[in-house]
Design a protein around this ligand. Sequence first.
Ligand SMILES: NC(=O)c1ccc[n+]([C@@H]2O[C@H](COP(=O)([O-])OP(=O)(O)OC[C@H]3O[C@@H](n4cnc5c(N)ncnc54)[C@H](OP(=O)(O)O)[C@@H]3O)[C@@H](O)[C@H]2O)c1
Length: 247
Amino acid sequence: MSQRIAFITGGNRGLGFQTALDLKNPGVKVVIGSRDLAQGEKALEKLRAAGVDADVLQFDITKPADAQAAYDYFNSRYGRLDILVNNAGIAAGEFPGTGPEHSAFEVPSDLLHKVFETNFFAQVALTNTLLPLIRKSPAGRIVNLSSIIGSLTLHATPGSPIYDAKSFAYDASKTALNAYTIHLAYELRNTKIKVNSAHPGWVKTDMGGPRAPMELSEGGKTSAALATLPDDGPTGGFFHLGQPLPW
Ligand SMILES: NC(=O)c1ccc[n+]([C@@H]2O[C@H](COP(=O)([O-])OP(=O)(O)OC[C@H]3O[C@@H](n4cnc5c(N)ncnc54)[C@H](OP(=O)(O)O)[C@@H]3O)[C@@H](O)[C@H]2O)c1
């Protein structure tokens, strides 16, 4: 197979950047999306210095024109896309926390809309825009960066590790993204494309904060593994480090 082409949104820092490092392989070209091109170019320098075959694309997931520009970029250069890591995402306030931004009955409506726009609607729109190119891949892989706190089963189970870790807008946006994973995987079940949700772990990033138990160097492993699944790997699942999580 020729070089696989990967697109990681939000690849300029945090887990997206780490995932780009973890995809280091002469057989993979990694294109990182970055809202701020200067930040993206700094990240690109580091990736190339580390030996990753990388490029950067200015990309804001909430801008529909950027999704079309991403389609044009991959179509004109490669005629296909093999790996899409839907990594860009936002939290709803500092986590963990107890402020109104985390509450189901106090959450400001504009915050709820903003979080869903980035973490759900824009992810669906980008993926659907790029899908014709992913269909042209001999082994398309779509990884949706979810979170264990998008698990309805664990939120509804007293005593589960996340039972008291509730941040309504963020959690619900990841639950919705999980629904997209399940539905898209079902619709693509007779193709070579695999669609999975990833929980990277609670990781020390700007979003995860300094109290997170997992180091960044470990945090890209779930996304990288799902991005490079073999042909007999799973689709329509929700995983953390190879272990299935309940929806
Ligand atoms: N860290 C954790 O513990 C944890 C746990 C579970 C799931 N996750 C998920 O993993 C993903 C990455 O998280 P992280 O911890 O690496 O977060 P982060 O450190 O805050 O980085 C977020 C990345 O997303 C980008 N981004 C945000 N909004 C964007 C937009 N509108 N368009 C394009 N890019 C955008 C950011 O770009 P800028 O630099 O321009 O802001 C940045 O590159 C997220 O989806 C998050 O929900 C994280």
